[in-house]
Ligand binder design. Structure first.
Ligand SMILES: CC(C)(COP(=O)(O)OP(=O)(O)OC[C@H]1O[C@@H](n2cnc3c(N)ncnc32)[C@H](O)[C@@H]1OP(=O)(O)O)[C@@H](O)C(=O)NCCC(=O)NCCS
Length: 179
């Protein structure tokens, strides 16, 4: 495959869509028989990574999982389906959205149980940042998510900058107290 085919300048959002289905077993649950939050986050991270791999065709690392809503519990024996796609790509990073549904295997009832946004960064085999193709949204939903991804990136950057300032202020205060 030529370099251009492997790494085009633009890739459609549809081409990044990924899906995973799991049956919830006793090892996945707490003492109430509900899926553990950490286990759900693990499934979300994996499904999101699949979309990021498909978009970048590179190694990816999770930089942030910045928004997750646990809407309702998932029960032992439920079938969990997770779907992901890249919402938008920037320079070396991509925002991926993941939506999760649980299906009651006896009644067939399907409910939306969680949603999350994650940021992945593409790196080469030495861990150096690698540029990624731009993401091309095509449907109204994909366009809405694409536009939202820019607002969320700005919000994320503002929060990171506030955290850095708070850290510097705490370090400066500690220096003053100790001297
Ligand atoms: C993610 C990581 C590669 C970023 O490296 P860095 O040197 O801080 O990179 P930069 O500040 O130059 O930012 C590079 C990109 O990452 C994005 N980024 C960095 N930190 C981020 C954060 N906390 N949240 C969202 N995006 C982030 C930047 O916006 C930038 O995106 P762009 O190139 O599309 O504009 C680095 O912090 C890292 O390796 N973290 C650990 C990842 C990891 O171990 N994850 C868990 C297991 S996979």
């Amino acid at each position: 495959m030529s370099e251009t085919q492997t790494n085009p300048a633009v890739r459609t959002v549809a081409s990044t869509q990924s899906e995973m289905t799991e049956i919830i077993l006793p090892n996945d649950t707490n003492t109430l028989g509900n899926l553990l939050g950490g286990r759900l986050m693990h499934f979300i991270d994996l499904t999101a990574a699949m979309a990021a791999y498909r978009h970048s065709r590179a190694n990816v690392v999770t930089a942030a999982m910045d928004h997750i809503d646990f809407i309702r519990p998932v029960r032992l024996g439920d079938l969990l389906t997770l779907r992901s796609s890249v919402n938008r790509a920037f320079n070396t990073s991509m925002e991926v959205g993941v939506k999760v549904w649980a299906e009651n295997t006896r009644t067939g009832e399907v409910a939306h149980v969680a949603s999350a946004y994650l940021v992945f960064v593409a790196v080469d085999e030495h861990g150096r940042l690698q540029r990624v193709p731009q993401a091309q949204p095509e449907t109204p939903d994909e366009i809405r998510r694409y536009e939202g991804a820019l607002r969320r990136r700005e919000h994320r950057e503002a929060e990171n900058s506030l955290r850095k300032q708070a850290k510097l202020a705490t370090a400066a205060l500690a220096e003053t107290v100790s001297s």
